[in-house]
Ligand binder design. Structure first.
Ligand SMILES: C[S@@+](CC[C@H](N)C(=O)[O-])C[C@H]1O[C@@H](n2cnc3c(N)ncnc32)[C@H](O)[C@@H]1O
Length: 274
């Protein structure tokens, strides 16, 4: 009998908080069980309403996790590849992924710009099941450990000098940044560390007025940082998002923004840095 070799696998996790799926699954099951008690009182039948509602949400969350993963179309990786393609890192140089999570986007960027150093930063808070060790593991498995580094930092105040990177990318980070009242300030911060002529490509829920108020505010933040918008488009203009990824509560409000830094380095107006 031949010995079996264990091949190390990358582990990127998912953008959906698994605890949320579990909570809705449990709530639906408990309501469903409660609804069976109609032999005690007909009023228990009312529990069918929350059972159906929580069950629907749990199904949407589970389908989303499946769609984002390799067996359901690998949309997480496809979105990362789109961002990196738009950032054109073939110009080489150093890259930064703001809010790198489990390192997926940083790995794609590092593969596209092998001569430079790619740095991924994240706050790795309790909200997410991502970690620095997970990023390092994934980079090692994907063969880019030597050209990547992962650091704990906040997107709201990056610990890099002005104009440190040739390429900056990020994916679904800014709507999560809670250490600034105006999330567009974090966009200015990402642009601060971009070299003149460098490109920044990012995806976030910019069409969601509850999060960013308006796409115009995003444009203003970019202009304040001395950069120029090359493209702002809906994510579904690039990727045919299937259900449930196309829903408003999933990626229906996601937009791709591509920016080139025109002028020299300097802190954006309104930045909280001293
Ligand atoms: C939806 S996840 C996306 C992760 C990763 N960009 C990806 O595409 O797989 C949002 C990420 O933003 C990170 N994040 C939230 N607030 C942050 C902050 N202030 N600074 C840096 N990262 C932050 C979270 O830790 C999490 O990893």
């Amino acid at each position: 009998m031949g010995a079996t070799t264990r091949v190390e696998q990358a582990n990127y996790g998912t953008w959906i908080r698994v605890g949320r799926l579990r909570a809705f699954g449990v709530a639906s099951t408990l309501s469903g069980v409660g609804a069976c008690l109609t032999f005690v009182s007909a009023w228990f039948a009312l529990l069918l309403v929350p059972a159906a509602l929580f069950g629907y949400i749990a199904i949407v969350l589970a389908l989303t996790i499946w769609r984002l993963g390799p067996r359901g179309g690998d949309y997480r990786r496809r979105i990362h590849e789109l961002i990196v393609a738009k950032a054109s890192p073939e110009r080489a140089g150093d890259g930064l992924d703001v809010g790198c999570g489990s390192g997926g986007l940083a790995v794609v960027l590092a593969n596209a710009a092998p001569d430079g150093m790619t740095i991924g930063i994240d706050s790795w808070g309790k909200d997410w099941q991502y970690s620095r060790e997970q990023c390092e593991h994934n980079a090692r498995v994907e063969g880019v450990a030597g050209s990547t580094r992962f650091l704990r930092q906040s997107a709201a105040s990056l610990e890099f000098d002005d104009a440190s990177f040739d390429t900056v990318v990020s994916c679904l980070t800014f709507h999560e940044v809670r250490d600034v009242t105006d999330r567009t300030l974090a966009i200015g911060e990402a642009l601060r560390v971009l070299r003149p002529g460098g490109r920044y490509a990012f995806v976030d829920l910019f069409a969601d007025r509850g999060v960013f108020q308006s796409v115009e505010r995003v444009r203003e933040a970019i202009a304040r940082a001395g950069a120029e918008v090359d493209e702002i488009s809906r994510l579904d203009a690039h990727l045919n998002l299937p259900f449930p990824l196309n829903g408003a509560k999933v990626l229906g409000h996601a937009m791709l923004v591509v920016v080139t830094r025109r002028c020299g380095p300097g802190r954006p107006a309104g930045s909280h840095h001293s």
